[in-house]
Design a protein around this ligand. Structure first.
Ligand code: 5GP
Length: 393
């Protein structure tokens, strides 16, 4: 596990509000409880519960949003989330969040994003490479573009880029507003668009105009795709050829063939999230090893590190310890019992050969090409991995 922590990692699928620390949520809940806005006693066990179904997660997000949606808190959680990822040796973080309107708090989608940007600027335990250059035509006046924000005493460095999420509850107009905002904030580190939110809510046709608009504007797209077995929608999602898809739990063979045929390069894999929400009854049923074996580009991600009590180091450790044998010797159909015994033996052997570390290193490094960052950042990330290779493998 320590090796997985030391490994430089690239996080491509992390939702801001799903990555908030439990301790922060409890503090915010206590505060709102004292103000009489919520009943603290009712929410404590909800926040601390382990293992939730997908519908329960979305109910919980509504609670999270009640706790976090004011400017000051958005700034605070952004800062903390970045610091937490940096502490795990994440060297590039593509953080996604849904810009929110909240009239009661005087919040617009733009001011929400300004609070996020302020949070990035507030990080002080690590250097942050955040934005590129140029000017924005959005009046986020205090969020001046900066390069390498942080204290002059250099410690770790993390590249942070943002994806703006369209929530499936939103209207076409609201989704278009998000895409236009993303375009306006391109000089503030926004590099793409995500579609997320409860997969059983909303119609594909509602989001399509905004996603097409994003494509026309040259904004890369990643879609939560196939979280539920809605094959008509999966088909429609693949039709627009997104740059990446996330989860992809319920794709069937024909759909995988299309993914490969259309050269949709990357699948963002969130192992703990998929297991905790019951999308696979066992980790041994997960399709990760099949994709890896087929040399399809995959990126290990956390999804909601706070909600699922995980870290990216933990996701790498989980993949290594679960799939080490299967990648080389077994098909996913193998009996679990054989699998478990063999993988224990493999771990004993591989801890001497170091083979597994090579694979993990290459897996982490291969995510460079899947980022939505520009070539300069990709080049810098390549250098980080070259330096780390001497140390780690
Ligand atoms: P936020 O965008 O508010 O910063 O992060 C939380 C939001 O991300 C949730 O309300 C939900 O829309 C989205 N989200 C987080 N995890 C998942 C997931 O596993 N699947 C889907 N479809 N959406 C998610």
């Amino acid at each position: 596990m320590e090796w997985c922590r030391e490994l430089p990692k690239i996080e491509l699928h992390a939702h801001l509000n799903g990555s908030v620390r439990d301790s922060t949520l409890l503090e915010l809940a206590k505060d709102l409880g004292e103000k009489g806005v919520i009943a603290f006693a009712d929410v404590v066990h909800v926040i601390m519960k382990n293992g939730r179904s997908l519908p329960e997660c979305f109910k919980l997000f509504d609670l999270y949003h009640l706790l976090t949606t004011d400017h000051q808190t958005v700034t605070r959680i952004t800062k903390e989330v970045i610091e937490d990822f940096a502490a795990e040796n994440v060297v590039y973080l593509e953080l996604r969040t849904t810009p929110k309107k909240n009239e009661a708090k005087g919040m617009t989608k733009c001011s929400y994003m300004k609070a996020v940007i302020d949070g990035i600027r507030a990080v002080d335990t690590v250097d942050v490479d955040f934005v590129t250059s140029g000017t924005s035509n959005v009046n986020c006046s205090e969020a001046t573009p900066l390069n390498c924000i942080g204290s002059p005493i250099k410690r770790k460095k993390i590249y942070v880029r943002l994806l703006l999420s369209i929530d499936r509850r939103e209207t076409t107009a609201a989704a278009l507003e998000t895409v236009n905002l993303a375009m306006d904030l391109k000089n503030f580190g926004v590099v793409g668009i995500d579609l997320s939110g409860n997969p059983v809510i909303g119609e594909w046709q509602t989001f399509l105009p905004a996603l097409k608009h994003a494509k026309e504007l040259g904004l890369p797209i990643t879609l939560h795709c196939g979280e539920v077995p809605n094959h008509k929608e999966i088909q429609a999602m693949l039709d627009i050829c997104p740059q990446r898809i996330g989860h992809a739990c319920f794709l069937v063979e024909e759909e995988w063939k299309r993914v490969k045929f259309l050269k949709i390069p990357v699948v963002e894999i969130c192992l703990t999230s998929n297991i905790r929400t019951g999308r696979f009854s066992s980790i041994y049923d997960h399709f990760f090893a099949d994709l890896y074996k087929a040399k399809h580009q995959v990126a290990l991600c956390t999804d909601d590190s706070g909600l699922f009590s995980t870290t990216l180091s933990n996701e790498f450790y989980l993949a290594a310890s679960t799939f080490g044998v299967s990648i080389h010797h077994l098909s996913l159909q193998s009996k679990h019992i054989i699998w478990q015994v063999l993988h224990k033996i493999y771990w004993v052997v591989s801890s001497y050969t170091g083979l597994n570390k090579d694979e993990m290193f290459l897996l982490a490094r291969s995510a460079i090409q899947s980022t939505f960052a520009d070539d300069e950042v990709k080049h810098e990330l390549t250098k980080i991995y070259d330096d780390a290779a001497n140390r780690l493998i």
